[in-house]
Design a protein around this ligand. Structure first.
Ligand SMILES: NC(=O)c1ccc[n+]([C@@H]2O[C@H](COP(=O)([O-])OP(=O)(O)OC[C@H]3O[C@@H](n4cnc5c(N)ncnc54)[C@H](OP(=O)(O)O)[C@@H]3O)[C@@H](O)[C@H]2O)c1
Length: 335
């Protein structure tokens, strides 16, 4: 079969599409004939050796994918050959076939196509867990989303609206801001790119206060980190919840917050690690997925891919995300 391979750690230019052995069925696993995969920031980190989970070399990137089961291993219950499934497998998804543990699978609803299914797990799974279980977002509250046109960002804009929040989206270009507005954001603004100066940080804080009538957002969703974090926390509402999602601005720029801000605002800084929670509470995660599928069939969320690549050009798909060009979900079509 054909698969994208990371043979040595480094940038996307080091990845190669190679012909490799087909996977062999194993107990508790299924083999999936893949139709689509989607790219997430952890793929960018993993190929460079910068992610918290690091597979041995060589490996095939691709943390979420969808297709049809062609073989079922011993000890797998509830799945059969021919079932349409999505898999949140961490690796292996950018290939023609995937050996996936049954715990990573979920049946795809009848009304959902493979690309949508491949785009749903990581971003919407993370964002629903963040807004519901971690922030306890309430209807009528104000939600500020940073990096709002990216994968988890756009999912959060849509989920925030579906949960009845007033959503303010922030992104680095007018084009990205327009995408957030067309995905339901109530307000949106452009923030400067890169490492913000003291003056730019103050302006960011003031802009957020201005857009919230001086009260500040109740919940801030931050997948970016860097120098955006502190001015955003400075703008948060009384008893606000600041969701720490990720550090797209760079692992060398993980923000360090003055703790007096939590005292002054009566606010919480809340860590979000969806993958760990899924491992510890699979039944809760299953309920969240049922909710996501319902929201999708009601038309309240729409993980429509914005950029598509073939398996042959899948290293470009990872580069696209890495170079801050993604607007929504980046998909690899594998047909
Ligand atoms: N905690 C969890 O459980 C969990 C789960 C999934 C993902 N994550 C994390 O969430 C973050 C976002 O993931 P994603 O898949 O949504 O990525 P993505 O689609 O690339 O979105 C990230 C956004 O961050 C912004 N950004 C700011 N500085 C950047 C830089 N130097 N390079 C790239 N992007 C930059 C970009 O928006 P602007 O250009 O508008 O600033 C971009 O749209 C990652 O750190 C990822 O590891 C965490």
């Amino acid at each position: 079969m054909k698969a994208l391979q990371c043979i040595e750690l480094g940038g996307p230019e080091k990845l190669k599409v190679n012909e490799i052995e087909d996977p062999v069925i194993a107990p508790e696993h299924v083999i999936i004939d893949l139709k689509a995969a989607s790219i997430n920031f952890p793929d960018v980190l993993m190929i460079q050796g910068l992610y918290q989970f690091q597979p041995p070399l060589p490996f095939t990137p691709g943390g979420e994918s969808a297709g049809v089961i062609t073989e079922v291993g011993e000890g797998v219950e509830g799945y059969k050959v021919g079932d349409k499934v999505l898999s949140a497998s961490m690796i292996g998804g950018i290939a023609e076939k995937l050996l996936a543990h049954h715990s990573t699978l979920r049946p795809i609803p009848e009304d959902m196509d493979y690309e949508i299914a491949a785009a749903l797990s990581v971003t919407y799974g993370t964002s629903l867990y963040a807004l519901k279980q971690r922030a306890n977002l309430q209807p009528g509250e104000t939600l500020l989303v940073l990096g709002a046109s990216g994968g988890v960002g756009l999912a959060t804009v849509q989920l925030g609206k579906a949960m009845g929040a007033n959503v303010i989206a922030a992104a680095s270009t007018q084009e990205k801001v327009d995408i957030c507005l067309s995905n339901g954001a109530d307000k949106a603004f452009v923030y400067p790119s890169g490492d913000l100066s003291r003056e730019e940080q103050k302006e960011l804080s003031n802009k957020i206060k201005e857009l919230t009538g001086g009260r500040g957002p109740n919940v801030i969703y931050d997948p970016v980190g860097g120098s955006y974090a502190e001015p955003c926390l400075r703008s948060i509402a009384w008893e606000g919840r600041y969701l720490v999602i990720g550090f797209a601005a760079g692992a060398d720029q993980i923000p360090k917050m003055p703790l007096n801000l939590t005292l002054l605002k009566g606010c919480q800084i809340v860590g979000v690690f969806w993958g760990a929670w899924v491992g510890m509470f699979p039944d809760e995660n299953k309920k969240n997925f049922e909710e996501l599928f319902k929201l999708y069939s009601e038309g309240k969320i729409d993980p429509t891919p914005s950029d598509r690549f073939s398996l042959e050009s899948s290293s470009d798909a990872i580069a696209h995300l890495m170079n801050r060009k993604a607007k929504g979900k980046v998909i690899v079509s594998i047909d």
